[in-house]
Design a protein around this ligand. Structure first.
Ligand code: CTP
Length: 399
């Protein structure tokens, strides 16, 4: 299973700030992702959120007293420190940050920070003035230099009524950073990957355009999978509503022509190209400068061909591995194999977009990956993130 969280031991440290309640959401989500979660709290944190909440969500005893002992009579901070695959402090107050930066260990949380060899992630949350104080910033820089991972707080309305920096980072972002740090299979380390994703849009006039139903989900999932596996990833994307994956270089484009120019510029230095974008094959020949007004007569739009980006990549291919995507509604295999050959590809993923279950907007996909050596692998219906890893697995075998 391509899940960075399954079976991992995640230790959550909660210190005394109003954002402590968000640690409950984090605990619940990590449990759903298959991790084992234990929680250690400062005395002040127990005033913001009851340990019973964390105990119920994690299914484990919650630790908040330096002198509690485990059944095995291990010293608790050492037992917890050794148990953790990763340690995340959510929220981290100025006090805990200061203690960690100075090596002070005077309660269970600060002692565990000092005692663990696990990667430690710190998500600060506090009042803006406190967060911006030089001493706090210096402590954070010192921790970063020491190898701690800091998740900067967001901006917004704070519990004290102020607006500004200091709001705990989104739980979604904390999960993304945990995922990137827990992922172990780094089989694309040292490789550079180019992914194109989403639709392109071709203007008709200043307010209208021609486009297609591509959501970009498949391409974003591939970009994320490759980044997790250690590659440097360039994602050339048409307009989508998706959050960009963490650790990926984003190149936003609109038209096929812009996608062509950006892709060709990046092509020289990449090792693998995943061409998932649904590129508009045609553009409007004469784009109106002003909004077209309606009249009683039918109107005709004259369309001209856009460049075929993948055809050009295939024509100029040197060391690169090219993976095309054939979205078809009929004669799937026949059309896909023709594209594999005509565009000089190494792989083509053929998928049927006529079904709702694995079509353009769906979170799921299924299809057959054809290789230029004649091999074919059928990948059954699964979540697009899992599907992306399966495609990457096959491509890596080829390298
Ligand atoms: N593609 C491209 N540039 C285009 C059209 C397609 O790079 N102008 C790429 C797509 O990103 C995809 C592959 O070619 O990886 C196949 O795209 P698809 O739309 O399925 O096929 P086309 O080659 O456009 O052929 P047709 O529309 O006739 O099916």
């Amino acid at each position: 299973m391509n899940n960075a969280f399954a079976g991992k031991n995640i230790l959550i440290g909660i210190s005394g700030g109003i954002a402590a309640y968000k640690a409950a959401d984090l605990t619940s989500r990590l449990i759903k992702l298959g991790s084992n979660v234990k929680v250690v709290m400062t005395k002040n944190a127990t005033k913001f959120i009851h340990p019973l909440t964390l105990e119920s969500l994690s299914g484990n005893q919650v630790y908040h007293d330096t002198f509690q002992t485990t059944e095995r009579y291990d010293i608790e901070h050492i037992a917890l420190a050794k148990w953790a695959d990763i340690f995340v402090i959510v929220p981290a107050t100025a006090n805990v940050i200061g203690k960690a930066a100075c090596g002070i260990a005077d309660d269970l949380l600060s002692t565990t920070i000092l005692a663990t060899e696990a990667k430690t992630i710190i998500a600060p949350a506090m009042n803006t003035v406190m967060y911006q104080k030089k001493v706090v910033q210096d402590n954070l820089s010192k921790l970063e230099d020491l190898g701690y991972i800091i998740i900067p707080p967001g901006k917004g309305r704070l519990a004290c009524g102020d607006w500004g920096e200091g709001k705990l980072a989104d739980v979604d972002d904390i999960i993304k950073i945990l995922e990137a740090n827990l992922w172990q299979k780094k089989d694309l380390q040292g490789k550079r990957v180019l992914v194109t994703a989403g639709p392109t849009i071709e203007p008709i006039d200043p307010v209208r355009f021609i486009s297609n139903r591509s959501s970009g989900k498949m391409g974003y999932a591939i970009a994320k999978a490759c980044a997790l596996r250690g590659a440097v990833v360039d994602l050339v994307t048409g307009p989508t509503h998706l959050e960009p994956p963490t650790g990926v270089n984003i190149h936003s484009v609109e038209s096929a022509k812009e996608m062509y120019d950006t892709t060709i510029k990046l092509y020289e230095n990449v090792d693998i190209v995943f061409k998932t974008a649904a590129v508009s094959d045609y553009r409007v020949q004469e784009v109106a400068t002003n909004k077209i007004k309606k009249g009683s007569e039918p109107i005709t739009l004259k369309l001209e061909r856009n460049p075929d980006i993948l055809l050009e990549l295939g024509r100029t291919k040197k060391h690169q591995i090219l993976v095309g995507f054939a979205a078809e509604t009929q004669e799937l295999e026949q059309y896909a194999l023709k594209k594999l050959k005509d565009k000089n590809l190494d792989f083509i993923l053929a998928n049927d977009v006529s079904t709702k279950i694995s079509g353009f907007q769906s979170d799921f996909n299924q299809g057959t990956l054809f290789c230029e050596n004649g091999e074919a692998v059928t990948i059954p219906l699964m979540d697009k993130e899992e599907f992306a890893h399966r495609i990457v697995d096959e491509v890596i075998k080829h390298i």
